[in-house]
Design a binder for this molecule. Structure first.
Ligand code: ADP
Length: 514
């Protein structure tokens, strides 16, 4: 072998002792059979029985091949085949008879016998048949063992394994795939893979790949989303405490390798690798690159814009004051005031954009000081209390006094909290509840900011951390980018769980970083 891969061990590493059971009420013939088999097949273990009942008792000790006389005192050898094979499922039975009729032979084979041997056999003939039967038994064991290993492999592997018949009907789904799909291997059977777990935008690509695999009999690669079935968990029972502890549906990205089955016409096997993390990392790297490409130039530009902007604010201020002094009727004056207010608001927005942009683009290190996160969250909520009241939002503070201190940059972590709280408040136009929770979690502190606003549509969810992505009229789209940058700088994680109409929940976790 030239390949360096380790050799695959045989299915059964050592051949166990082979066992033959001879069932014949004629002890003389029984002894002859024993002698013939023992001499022809060295090392074989032989048991004998003189009746059907005795044979079944002995069979329980285990046997591979039984040689059974058709005429036994208590039962016909033919009727003994099924119970014997029930005791030892991979065994084979040879029937011995004195009559050589075609009907008898056919009857014996139909009843599941391996072969039909005439009592006038030649020794080598019997030995050859017994050996063939033993080989068959051996092969069945091997096949069973291989199947078991294959099943184990499919079950424990970290890749997704599915088999599809019909257009896309699930004929097999391994544990990994089922767990991502929010179902079980059994419950997945017979369901449409596309309708249940592949998002609509990826249907065409998946169908095309399946068609290629089937029509051309070759493998195909395709990448699709893979979403937990809607209501899968709710359907399994009430949304109790335990089930609501599960995060809601989150789309995964799966790279599928589809291959046709060699045995069955339309069966297609799909091996899927979860590339969600890889794609997310690639996207973050691309975002970071885009930001740094904006680099110096954009930063200088931002600084330069600030000065004239400040001058404009000042002039506007004077202008507004002077408006009171000009001679005009109230209506005219009012209209002019409205205009200056709008200009003022727009300048304010530009200023905010600049501040946030500079925060994001500035390559500054972070401080390392102990930060008591519950207290920090408390302060931020105090600051936002008024704004919340104005919107009819109730604030729930779940902020334990003990623990939850992380080493990090206080000001920056405060910025994170402000951005998240402001987003949550802005989302709740009709009032609602804002819950801020801080908890220790192993070597991390976890902060969640949850609102009861309209939530985020699943198709927008992957974009909310993109710089300049906003759905708000006066938004900058930089708030969450800043959050992620700061959390990254702390070696932490941030993610959003949300479904349209179900509010949003942002989870930030920061390493304690002793
Ligand atoms: P901005 O707030 O300026 O739009 P962000 O980066 O903070 O920028 O947020 C980006 C977008 O993410 C928002 O425009 C909004 O669509 C969505 N978003 C963020 N937080 C929430 C929330 N709590 N509820 C609903 N949508 C949200």
């Amino acid at each position: 072998m030239t390949s360096s891969s380790p050799p695959i061990p045989p299915a059964r590493s050592s051949t166990p002792r082979r066992r033959v059971l001879i069932v014949d009420d004629n002890t003389e013939l029984g002894d002859t059979l024993r002698a013939v088999v023992a001499s022809g097949i060295p090392g074989i273990a032989i048991e004998t029985a003189e009746s059907g009942a005795a044979a079944l008792v002995k069979a329980k000790k285990g046997f591979d091949v039984a040689i059974v006389d058709v005429k036994l005192p208590d039962v016909s050898g033919i009727d003994l085949i099924t119970p014997l094979r029930a005791v030892s499922p991979f065994s084979e039975v040879l029937l011995l008879t004195g009559f050589a009729s075609v009907d008898a032979a056919i009857g014996a084979l139909r009843s599941g016998a391996f072969a039909f041997v005439l009592k006038s056999f030649r020794p080598e003939e019997l030995i050859s048949i017994v050996e063939q039967a033993l080989t068959k038994v051996e092969l069945k064991h091997e096949r069973d063992e291989l199947e078991r290993r294959y099943r184990d492999l499919v079950e424990v592997t970290d890749v997704l394994v599915v088999a599809l018949t019909g257009p896309d009907e699930v004929a097999l789904m391994n544990r990994k795939a089922a767990s991502l799909a929010g179902t079980t291997s059994d419950q997945a059977l017979g369901r449409s893979l596309l309708e249940s777990w592949i998002p609509p935008e990826d249907h065409a690509a998946m169908r095309a790949a399946l068609a290629t695999t089937r029509a051309q009999g070759r493998t195909a690669e395709v990448e699709t989303g893979f979403v937990e079935a809607r209501g899968a968990r709710a359907g399994e029972g009430a949304r109790d405490e335990a089930s609501s502890a599960h995060p809601p549906a989150r789309a995964k990205r799966i790279r599928w390798h589809l291959s046709p089955s060699r045995e069955s016409g339309d069966l297609v096997y799909g091996i899927g690798i979860d590339v969600t993390e890889r794609r997310a990392l690639e996207k973050r790297a691309a975002d970071a690159e885009a930001l740094s490409a904006m680099g110096e130039l954009a930063m200088n530009l931002a600084h330069e814009i600030r000065n004239p902007l400040n001058a404009a604010v000042l002039q506007l201020h004077l202008l507004t004051r002077n408006l009171d002094r000009i001679e005009a009727d109230d209506a005219t004056r009012g209209a002019l005031k409205d205009r200056t207010r709008i200009v003022g608001d727009e300048i304010g927005r530009l200023n905010r954009l600049l501040t946030e942009f500079l925060e994001l683009a500035r390559p500054r290190g972070i401080a390392r000081e102990p930060v008591h996160l519950p207290r920090l969250a408390d302060e931020v909520l105090d600051l936002e209390e008024e704004s919340a009241k104005g919107r009819g939002v109730t604030i729930v503070r779940d902020l334990p006094e003990d623990g939850c201190v992380a080493i990090g940059d206080r000001e920056k972590l405060k910025q994170v909290t402000i951005n998240l709280v402001v987003n949550a408040l802005e989302a709740m136009k009709q009032g609602g509840t804002l819950t801020v929770r801080v908890r220790p979690d192993h070597e991390r502190v976890r902060m969640t900011v949850e609102d009861t606003g309209p939530g985020i549509a699943s198709e927008l969810l992957p974009n909310v951390f993109d710089p300049f992505f906003t759905t708000k009229e006066a938004g900058t789209g930089l708030g969450l980018s800043i959050v992620r940058k700061i959390v990254d700088q702390h070696g932490g994680d941030v993610e959003i769980e949300s479904e349209r109409g179900q509010g949003a929940k942002v989870l930030v976790s920061i390493p304690i970083g002793r």
